[in-house]
Design a binder for this molecule. Structure first.
Ligand code: NIG
Ligand code: FE
Length: 427
């Protein structure tokens, strides 16, 4: 099946095999008018002249090839001058959970502090209690609902973490829910094991035993399933220390998982340096990181996954994303969708916050929610930009440029979502 989309305004970063950083984070390819030729769900060619594209010898053939791989066009789609961007990649979510925490949100509005609630045995622990009591089916149903909402906001590739089981069987059930959801949804789903998301209350007086449990039992069991690609951890005051985190992540790597870490969200424990030292693919949050930590990440090529929705929801400062770019750190953005610190599936809202509050330009924000986000979850080979050889995963915005996202406030700017060339959602 061959499709030609035309009369679009196409905005996309270009992949040079690594996330874009520094000045390159602001460079987008803009085609106005823009056309894109798609064959069997994969981008064959882009350009301004649809007739020239129709004669294109695309990926697989190469310009010098005798026969064009596309001989006839089955469908032409007029984008009527609308903006087309790559499908959003959400590289950090906890959207597999059993119950919301609206009560805690009300407590926070009343002045209670997120980490105070956590220390008192609520917070993550309250999600752990509800998940432990929830069977696979309802957990899967809620996960599917979250992923469907995420799709309606233009997300075509998404990472999902465990971390609400914190005991072997419950973590495995959560991993199974993520695996089953991945089979059923339109998006590509990247699973992450986060068995060290918190010290469960029953281990608070004997934390070393919990670290041992993660290392000796949970990690091997999770690895055995073959599901998680990444291992993540919450390195923070009152959660895991840097040295505990290093032990757990190092063990995870021995099981073949790549590494991520929630660091410097509230207190700077040197988490950014740790992530760089361990060769983590990404470090998340980074609100309290200093220049030394960021410089270490730039040096190591560790991607900063900035979570402005969490800053907004917790009424905390925003991570210094412009400074990261200045220092050469590749910056990605994510929802952090979870029932506690940030309950949203909306990547457009994240772009809005990044531009209006965290100091990024529209170009930098778009790069951060597409190509750099794809690199942060190992999905860039097929996702994150519109280029020959990549999946034709794209979003049609109700507007002329990506600026419509923060401009048309608090509405969903996503008109249509295409996954591998197929229309999968229409507003
Ligand atoms: O990234 N900070 C740690 N974990 C999540 C929140 C999890 C929760 O509160 O349920 C986060 O914000
Ligand atoms: Fe998170």
């Amino acid at each position: 099946m061959t499709k030609l989309i035309y009369n679009a305004k196409i905005y996309t970063p270009q992949d040079e095999g690594e996330p874009r950083r520094g000045a390159a984070a602001s460079e987008l390819m803009v085609l106005d008018p823009g056309a894109m030729l798609i064959h069997d769900g994969v981008v064959v060619a882009l350009g301004s002249d649809p007739d020239a594209l129709a004669a294109e010898r695309g990926a697989g053939g190469g310009a010098e090839s005798e026969t064009p791989i596309v001989t006839k066009i089955d469908m032409k789609i007029d984008m009527q001058g609308r903006c087309v961007i790559p499908g959003f990649v959400d590289p950090h979510t906890h959207l597999c959970f059993a119950a919301t925490r609206e009560n805690e949100f009300r407590m926070r509005l009343g002045g209670a502090d997120y980490m105070e609630i956590h220390r008192a045995g609520g917070g993550i622990m309250s999600s752990v209690r509800s998940l432990r009591e929830t069977a696979l089916e309802p957990l899967l149903a809620r996960t599917l609902a979250g992923l469907e909402r995420s799709l309606s906001f233009g997300v075509t590739t998404v990472e999902v973490k465990t971390g609400y089981g914190l005991e072997t069987q419950a973590e495995l059930r959560q991993l199974e829910a993520i695996r089953l959801a991945a089979e059923q949804v339109v998006q590509d789903v990247v699973p992450t094991f986060l068995g060290a998301h918190s010290i469960p209350v029953e281990y608070r007086e004997r934390r070393e035993e919990f670290v041992q449990l993660v290392i000796e039992e949970m990690l091997p069991a999770a690895a055995e399933t073959g599901v998680p690609r990444y291992c993540d951890i919450f390195t923070e005051e009152s959660v895991f220390t840097v040295s505990e985190s290093e032990r757990i992540l190092t063990r995870a790597r021995e099981f073949g998982m790549e590494l991520k870490a929630h660091v410097d969200e509230i207190v700077n424990l040197g988490g950014a340096e740790m992530a760089a030292r361990l060769g983590c693919v990404s470090a998340e949050h980074l609100i309290a990181s200093d220049d030394d930590g960021l410089a270490a990440m730039a040096e190591a090529g560790t991607i900063a996954v900035v979570l402005p929705g969490t800053s907004f929801s917790l009424k905390k400062p925003y991570a210094r994303a412009p400074r990261m770019i200045e220092l050469g750190v590749p910056v990605a953005l994510a929802t952090d969708c979870n029932p506690g610190s940030c309950y949203t599936e909306s990547m457009p809202f994240i772009v809005t916050l990044a531009v209006m509050q965290a100091g990024l330009s529209i170009e930098q924000a778009l790069t951060a929610v597409t190509l750099n986000a794809a690199h942060a979850i190992g999905a860039a080979e097929r996702a994150g930009s519109l280029e020959p050889g990549k999946y034709a995963d794209f979003v049609v915005l109700e507007g002329e440029s990506p600026a419509v996202i923060p401009y048309h406030l608090a509405v969903n700017p996503v008109r249509e979502v295409y996954k591998r060339g197929e229309l999968v959602h229409r507003a």
